[in-house]
Design a protein around this ligand. Structure first.
Ligand SMILES: CC(C)(COP(=O)(O)OP(=O)(O)OC[C@H]1O[C@@H](n2cnc3c(N)ncnc32)[C@H](O)[C@@H]1OP(=O)(O)O)[C@@H](O)C(=O)NCCC(=O)NCCS
Length: 145
């Protein structure tokens, strides 16, 4: 099923909502607290988008490079293209404010996320062994021009 969610810009005031989504989406140990999310979304160049039904993305732009910091959809709402909509909106915003490429790190074993990123046009440009404990991180890049 596909959906066309209404997205809301995140501010530190929405940190609790973002944390609730993050907590539902990630296992213990990988969840980001509301305090941490509030600090991150308040950093220069950072921006967040929330699908109030239950998905969120946090990203930042530095000079002409952008980076996805985290992306999450709550389990009950997965496979409705909510993360796709958030990623596309983040790509559009990053491009609009001057970024020429978007980067991210993804666990080598995270097939759901890797498939999603591949479909959106990200390609592997690096591999960092033991980035997540025993598991490697893949560095992915997508051109924004
Ligand atoms: C990865 C995640 C954000 C995807 O969210 P989502 O809203 O379900 O993603 P979408 O519906 O936009 O998926 C788009 C496409 O990605 C691929 N995809 C998504 N989940 C998949 C899965 N579990 N297995 C295989 N492919 C998958 C599919 O091609 C899907 O299209 P389709 O449903 O038409 O086949 C979600 O599974 C999640 O929150 N996971 C836990 C947190 C996480 O890993 N975040 C990313 C960290 S880098």
């Amino acid at each position: 099923m596909s959906t066309n969610p209404v997205l809301v810009w995140a501010t530190p005031l929405q940190a609790a909502a973002m944390a609730a989504i993050h907590e539902a989406a990630f296992p213990p140990g990988e969840r980001w607290s509301a305090d941490s999310l509030a600090i991150q979304v308040g950093q220069p160049g950072a921006f967040g988008l929330i699908d109030p039904e239950g998905a969120m993305v946090l990203a930042r732009v530095a000079a002409d490079e952008a980076e996805i910091l985290t992306l999450a959809t709550v389990p009950l709402l997965r496979r409705q293209h909510r993360a796709t909509a958030l990623l596309r909106a983040a790509l559009d915003h990053a491009r609009a404010i001057g970024a020429r490429a978007m980067f991210l790190e993804v666990s080598e074993t995270n097939i759901a996320a890797r498939t999603l990123y591949e479909e959106i046009g990200f390609r592997q440009v690096g591999r960092r062994p033991h980035y997540y404990g025993q598991v490697a991180a893949l560095t992915l890049r997508r051109n924004l021009s």
